[in-house]
Design a protein around this ligand. Structure first.
Ligand code: ADP
Ligand code: MG
Ligand code: ZN
Length: 582
């Protein structure tokens, strides 16, 4: 079918805040700042609400997808410098913005200065001279700076800065703390920073100073955790839908081999996004460089790579040349991401499965920030998940962290393998947001396209699932012959389930087990899908170990929930689609 990539004009949905939000004594000034300083005509959803809340002096938590306009929620209040409005009080003074990345901070400060807003930043890289100027701007009864951007490390470690904060506080010139990219506070997030967690003491050290936390994370657990860590539980929360209506989602499952995958990427870019700009995410530094080389040398795309193994200069250079269009494609690890503000990214390709839905959402979210159509294409093969299994098992995370990582991977696998439900519905459901698939159109996702006119239904596969898990149980507890009898890969498990005759199965005594061949009636495809489903659901557990020649092999064993299935407590349902209804 013809794919329509025609560019639709950005429709800035006209949003009218509730009338009450324009009835504050400072409302006229807020509107004046919006138009005169920020050169904008109206607020987007929740912006004015968040601004009024922080001006009143209350804590507020703002959740908006990337590109949603979070900055305005604290930058505009920072420019308000009239304190008294009759009997009402509006918070004024210096706004302290905590931000995780120097490049992000610099970018924001440059923008603010261009608008004539007195703003600056402090960080370890700032020279003596400049630092003194910033401290000057923070001193006195009426400090000249309206915003100061700092790293979390600085707040925790710099005595000079802490003294300055204390003085501002004593003079009632500390307007508010802004915690940007606030998901860094939570260990559940994909980007945890230990120094961010310590920001929890701001509330006790500077009592009464309002906090405004902002993030694009859609994960409910991270949201709860970060509010708790910042000691702002119970604050006003402004949460927007995380649907990105201009992004098209597609998962490609039939390019398992490297050559096919690269060829498909070539065709995809040259037929659908010729000369348009995009990102390709790869799991390793080596893969990044290899894929970039093929795209550049064999396919002739203007391509560069980006990963944490490069020097800071090389990275900045690659990013800038991609940002300005000198490179069309950047092939990167997840090191590339935070702080990229390129509006016209037309495609984000995941060369293989990302490690979590959270990460997938963030990475795909870098596409289409200008509101125009963009495509998110992911290549999935079960074999790729083994790379992640190995990374988790060989990583230095503790037991708890490894379990989280595995859960995250499992959810991502389920997403990839689910060819029935609307992609938006699946992603948003993961974040606890309901989405009506009828609204998935223009652009629509691959599942909604492929399943048009078909009926989805739930198939009960409990009996077969139980047999498979029983077999796994029997195998893993049988130690009759050879010390490795209990180690089985998922492929072997499926084959033994289907009763395939292999010498190894005879040698290990599998064929003697009652449960051997209990899935004789199933097809390879169905049994494999079911096994993947059971792994993703936590009934099977995958783990990695070096085999006798030293290569990592991924085996399966009983998952945490296997008891529940074997004892008959759990029912296993898989979503399927029928043929055409008409
Ligand atoms: P976020 O931090 O949520 O990712 P930003 O604050 O960087 O997003 O804003 C993204 C873009 O949206 C910027 O180009 C900004 O100028 C624009 N923007 C923000 N608020 C508005 C508004 N009320 N009207 C129009 N454009 C806006
Ligand atoms: Mg931002
Ligand atoms: Zn859909």
């Amino acid at each position: 079918p013809a794919i329509n990539n025609s560019v639709v004009p950005r429709r800035e949905a006209t949003y009218h805040p509730p009338a009450a939000e324009d009835n504050y004594p400072w409302s006229k000034d807020v509107r004046r700042m919006l138009t005169q300083v920020f050169n904008l005509t109206d607020f987007r959803r929740h912006q004015l609400e968040a601004i009024n809340t922080t001006l009143r002096g209350e804590d507020v938590f703002v959740l908006m997808p990337t590109g949603g306009g979070k900055s305005l929620c604290y930058q505009l209040p920072a420019t308000m410098q009239q304190g008294r409005y009759g009997d009402k009080q509006c918070r004024i003074g210096v706004t302290v913005v905590v931000s995780p990345l120097l490049s992000l901070m610099q970018d924001q400060v440059d923008h603010l200065k261009q608008r004539g807003i007195p703003a600056d930043l402090l960080g370890s890289h700032v020279g003596q001279e400049e630092r003194r100027a910033v401290y000057n701007g923070l001193s006195g009864i009426m400090p000249s700076l309206q915003l100061v951007y700092v790293t979390p490390e600085l707040i925790q470690r710099s005595g000079a800065f802490q003294n300055t904060l204390q003085r501002l506080f004593d003079n009632d010139r500390l307007a508010r703390f802004v915690i940007d990219e606030a998901h860094c506070v939570s260990q559940w997030g994909h980007d945890f920073r230990p120094d961010y967690k310590l920001l929890g003491n701001l509330k006790s050290t500077y009592p009464g100073i309002p906090i405004i936390a902002l993030t694009a994370t859609a994960n409910e657990r991270v949201q709860q955790d970060l509010m708790a860590n910042l000691n702002i539980t119970g604050c006003k929360v402004f949460k927007q839908s995380f649907n990105r209506p201009n992004l098209k989602y597609e998962i490609i499952t039939d390019c398992t081999r490297r050559a096919a995958r690269l060829q498909d990427i070539k065709d995809f870019i040259s037929t659908r996004y010729r000369n348009k700009c995009g990102i390709i995410y790869c799991v390793s530094k080596k893969l990044c460089e290899d894929v970039a080389a093929v795209l550049r040398d064999d396919f002739g795309f203007r391509t560069t790579h980006y990963h944490a193994g490069m020097t800071q200069e090389e990275r900045t250079d690659a990013q800038q040349k991609w940002q300005c269009g000198e490179y069309q494609v950047i092939v990167a690890t997840i090191a590339f991401g935070m702080g990229i503000d390129k509006p016209d990214v037309r495609f984000v390709i995941h060369y293989s499965i990302p490690s979590s839905i959270e990460g997938y959402y963030q990475e795909t979210g870098r596409a289409g920030r200008d509101g125009l159509l963009a495509t998110c294409r992911l290549y999935y093969s079960y074999a790729d998940t083994k790379t992640h299994e190995a990374l988790i098992d060989n990583g230095d995370g503790g037991f708890h962290q490894k379990k989280c990582q595995r859960d995250n991977l499992n959810s991502m696998m389920q997403y990839c393998a689910n060819k029935v439900d609307c992609r938006r519905k699946q992603v948003l459901a993961y974040f606890g947001e309901a989405f009506d698939p009828a609204l998935c159109k223009e652009p629509t996702c691959d599942n909604c396209i492929n399943n048009q006119g078909k009926v989805a239904y739930d198939k009960d596969v409990t009996a077969d699932s139980r047999s498979l898990i029983q077999l796994c149980h029997d195998v893993c507890t049988s130690r009759t012959s050879g010390c490795d009898a209990e180690k089985i890969t998922l492929i072997q498990l499926v084959e033994a389930f289907r009763g395939i005759n292999r010498k190894a199965f005879v040698d290990r005594g599998y064929t003697m087990l009652q449960s051997f061949g209990s899935g004789k009636h199933t097809t390879k495809t169905d049994a494999t899908r079911m096994a993947h489903h059971l792994q993703a659901q936590g009934y099977l557990h995958a783990y990695t170990e070096p085999n006798y020649v030293g290569f990592n092999t991924t085996y399966v064993t009983l998952g945490q929930k296997s008891d529940r299935l074997l004892s008959g407590q759990d029912v296993i349902i898989m979503r399927e689609v029928t043929g055409s209804v008409s």
